[in-house]
Design a protein. Structure first.
Length: 95
């Protein structure tokens, strides 16, 4: 199922974000290659990264749980999981 993910960072997370960003990007690219992440990017406010938005496609809740358990921004307390949003969507694809 496809989802729109909106994950704002904790207010004090910028340094942690930058420390683990490379691992986050590597993991995201792997999931993109597998078709599980369709697109992703940083949320920006005043030229500063403050969160992430992703379009994802996971078949099961277990796949979602595995992604989040291994996601560096979750493991390193970057994303504020109390405000984490994951909304079902149906994307239009190019023909």
């Amino acid at each position: 199922m496809q989802y729109l993910v909106i994950a704002y960072d904790h207010d004090d997370a910028l340094d942690r974000r930058l420390e683990v960003r490379e691992a986050h990007v590597l993991g995201a690219r792997k999931l993109m290659d597998e078709g599980k992440i369709i697109n992703a990017g940083a949320l920006i406010e005043d030229d500063v990264m403050v969160g992430s938005t992703l379009l994802v496609d996971f078949e099961t809740d277990e796949e979602i749980d595995e992604w989040l358990e291994n996601e560096p921004y979750v493991q390193n307390n970057v994303w504020n999981m109390d405000e984490f949003q994951m909304v079902p969507v149906k994307l239009l694809h190019k023909k």
